[in-house]
Design a protein around this ligand. Sequence first.
Ligand SMILES: [Zn+2]
Length: 462
Amino acid sequence: MHATGAARPRTMLVKHADVLVTMDGARRELTDAGLFIEGNRIVAVGATSELPSTADEVLDLRGHLVMPGLVNTHHHMYQSLTRAVPAAQNAELFGWLTSLYKIWAHLTPEMIEVSTLTAMAELLLSGCTTSSDHLYIYPNGSRLDDSIAAAARIGMRFHASRGSMSVGQKDGGLPPDSVVEREDDILADTQRLIETYHDEGRYAMLRVVVAPCSPFSVSRDLMRESATLARQYGVSMHTHLAENVNDVAYSRERFGMTPAEYAEDLGWVGADVWHAHCVQLDASGIALFARTRTGVAHCPCSNMRLASGIAPIRRMRDAGVPVGLGVDGSASNDGAHLVGEARQAMLLQRVGFGPDAMSAREALELATLGGAAVLGRDDIGALAPGMAADFVAFDLRQASFAGALHDPVAALVFCAPPQVSLSVINGRVVVRDGRLATLELAPLLERHNALARSLGEAARAS
Ligand SMILES: [Zn+2]
């Protein structure tokens, strides 16, 4: 008998994974297991023997660990053009920013698109399937549309944050006056982006986020009006907060409040808000965030690189603050690897708070369920029926895992961070056999490196 009428969704069967980490309510880890997928969603998870035996595409993942795609909650992808810049290699936040703003002032739309593709390629190969990006500098006609185009091209699930800076040096802010925008323009462009691109539906591949850069680069008014705009459209809000002691000192001096008090005063707390860093969030700030379900993007590598301190993630988690992981921009964490970030999160909590401060499994939970919660999503971060078909596979048969296969899940975090062999996003294969399936990496990197060179030359000539 032939089916007629509407086409049935394409199916995919994953079978024989050595271990499948579900991150479901019971945190089940299944052996010789797999998934059955229809279109862009998971319909069955279980032992290989319990799944259908065939599908349009069958992936035999013997020798692999399969887990939900990782979620990155904080990044500045354009910074991939300015990694390891000598003048910014050994500075803390404010000094680091001051030496880089001058270079970033020469960014072009092509640089935004190409660097976003490069940053996404790097993240995808590390196991990340959903990322946010915080773009807050728009020189020379650059637009958030340039990043959005990149995400669509490479096939990554994307939360595009419309960042902004409006208080330049002449008004007591940190950025040079040449890279700040007028507040009316910022709000109008943010509204345009939401209306053009934001998808609030389940399995959305693209959401828009309202994201003034930080308390030291925008005004109180812009923070308040951004919150009003975001809530009018039901989109999330994101900014940097309490990153280091100078950031806290600026807040006390200029606003007479701690960063957490300032956020509360502006309406910047709630389940629709997440703040990057919060290294210096105090006890009352942690209680406030827990009470209001305000999220935190923890970026351990960046915090170490800029010597910002050790974020009190153990205390936040115990209090009930939603916490996800972020690699942060490539100029303050020059290696964006999300499993690597989970590893550093685990290790850094131990440095700060003792050997039992974070387990490998909790670090993986931050990287999946934690990130999903922070981004306001309940359709990613776990492998269960009804969830989006976003999953990755790591080959356990490599030297770095040798001797650790009695506990491959912990090994993923304890051993050297691996590259994925497979990544599926929204039911589509984006990485196959360890290689990007959606674009050619070599010419992309060649173009990226040429643009990085010309960006450096433009900055030196100015
Ligand atoms: Zn950042």
